[in-house]
Design a protein around this ligand. Structure first.
Ligand SMILES: CC(C)(COP(=O)(O)OP(=O)(O)OC[C@H]1O[C@@H](n2cnc3c(N)ncnc32)[C@H](O)[C@@H]1OP(=O)(O)O)[C@@H](O)C(=O)NCCC(=O)NCCS
Length: 142
C-alpha cells in the first residue's frame, strides 16, 4: 500500500534514510519542513504491514521533482523500488519529471533509466568535493 506520510512517520523515515544513504542524510527538521510546503508530498510504501520506503516529491505546476527516495536496506532488490516509482509516476501523469542522482549510484541510475529518465546534465560537487550528481529528466506522457 502506498499512502501519504504524516508526522507520525518521521522516525521511520529517518531510520530508512540513515540506513540507505551514506551522504546527504536528512535531519528530522528537514523532513518536518517538507510537511509545511504546499508543493511537497511525502509518500510511504507499506509492505506486509510495515513501512519499508519513502519518497519526497515536489509537485509544481508542470513539473515533478523527485527530491529523495529510499527503500529500507532489508527490503532492497525485491522489486519494491520499481513498484513504488511505477505507482507514483502513474499518479502524477502528464508531468515532466526531474531528479538528481549520485554519478556512482548505479542501482538508482539503472532504475531511473528503466523509467525512461534521460541524463540532462552533470552538477559538479553536488554532494561534496568531487562528488557529482547527474541531473535526469523524464518527458511528460499522458
Ligand atoms: C534505489 C532504490 C530505491 C531501489 O529500490 P529497490 O527496491 O532496491 O529496487 P528494485 O528491486 O525495485 O530494482 C529496480 C531496478 O534497480 C536496478 N537495480 C537493482 N539492484 C541493482 C544492482 N544491485 N545493481 C544494478 N542495478 C540494480 C535494476 O534496474 C532493477 O530493475 P530489474 O530488477 O528489473 O533489473 C534502493 O536501492 C535504495 O533505497 N537505495 C538507497 C537510496 C538511494 O540510492 N535512493 C535513490 C537516490 S536518487
Amino acid at each position: 500500500m502506498i499512502r501519504v506520510a504524516t508526522l507520525d512517520d518521521i522516525e521511520t523515515i529517518r531510520r530508512i534514510c540513515d540506513a540507505s544513504f551514506d551522504l546527504n542524510r536528512w535531519s528530522n527538521t528537514s523532513f518536518i519542513q517538507e510537511f509545511s510546503k504546499d508543493h511537497s508530498i511525502i509518500y510511504i510504501y507499506e509492505f506486509e504491514g510495515q513501512a519499508v520506503g519513502y519518497m519526497v516529491i515536489w509537485k509544481l505546476s508542470l513539473t515533478v521533482e523527485l527530491v529523495t527516495f529510499a527503500i529500507d536496506k532489508e527490503y532492497q532488490n525485491r522489486g519494491l523500488g520499481k513498484k513504488f516509482l511505477t505507482t507514483i509516476i502513474k499518479e502524477n501523469k502528464g508531468y515532466t519529471w526531474f531528479l538528481e542522482v549520485n554519478v556512482c549510484n548505479d542501482v538508482a541510475l539503472n532504475l531511473y533509466k528503466y523509467f525512461n529518465f534521460k541524463e540532462c546534465g552533470i552538477i559538479k560537487n553536488y554532494y561534496g568535493s568531487n562528488l557529482n550528481a547527474v541531473r535526469m529528466t523524464r518527458e511528460a506522457v499522458s
